[in-house]
Design a protein around this ligand. Structure first.
Ligand code: ADP
Length: 191
């Protein structure tokens, strides 16, 4: 199996690039942000809980998120692999994912990080707010908070994969196509 973790701050382009990677490699896209948003739309209990954190720019608690990812993975019987987008976002989540993959007799193949400067991120998020209507993109204070949470809680996840020699970084600036090309050539080296 090819199991990739796509990493990068809010607005780095993880969603856009995931779509292209899954199409090319036949992987299953598992975006925790998307799953939370679909639960919010359906007004489920999980959605109500998630919304109370997301609207403040905070992370949804680890236990809830980890259980949700596991049950999502279980929905697929013989997948070629997964692309985890927006997960793991904390060291606790990263450890839980490793243990879970081991139980399933597989592992994370690599983490690929999209590198984008902060100024560009803010611009992209403001633009996305206009197009997508995401409430957490519309408020500059919430954006600041998400970037802060990223720095404090999520950025350290990088070292978790560096220690296993599974960390790769790709320049996330330029056209969508050129970023996809860089991602594909990185994935080819991993496979
Ligand atoms: P972005 O990367 O642009 O912030 P996402 O769609 O990945 O957007 O996530 C939106 C929000 O959903 C996050 O700010 C957070 O509140 C919540 N969320 C998503 N993934 C996780 C996760 N793995 N752990 C905890 N909270 C999460």
């Amino acid at each position: 199996m090819l199991n990739l973790v796509l990493f990068g701050p809010p607005g780095a382009g993880k969603g856009t690039q995931s779509e292209r990677i899954i199409e090319h490699y036949g992987l299953i896209h598992l975006s925790t942000g998307d799953i939370f948003r679909s639960n919010i739309g359906d007004k489920t209990e999980l959605g109500k809980l998630a919304k109370s954190y997301i609207d403040k720019g905070q992370l949804v608690p680890d236990e809830v998120t980890i259980d949700m990812v596991k049950s999502e993975v279980e929905k697929h019987s013989t997948p070629k692999g997964f692309i985890f987008d927006g997960f793991p976002r904390t060291q606790v989540q990263a450890k839980a994912l490793d243990e879970y993959m081991k139980k399933k007799n597989t592992s994370i193949s690599a983490m690929i990080a999209l590198d984008v400067p902060e100024e560009e991120l803010k611009e992209r998020l403001q633009q996305r707010a206009k197009d997508s209507g995401r409430t957490d993109d519309a408020d500059p204070k919430v954006i600041e908070q998400r970037i802060e949470v990223y720095r404090k809680e999520t950025a350290p996840v990088k070292s978790f994969y560096q220690e296993q020699s599974k960390f790769h970084e790709v320049d996330g600036m330029g056209s969508i196509e050129s970023i996809t090309d860089r991602l594909f050539s990185t994935i080819e080296k991993i496979k």
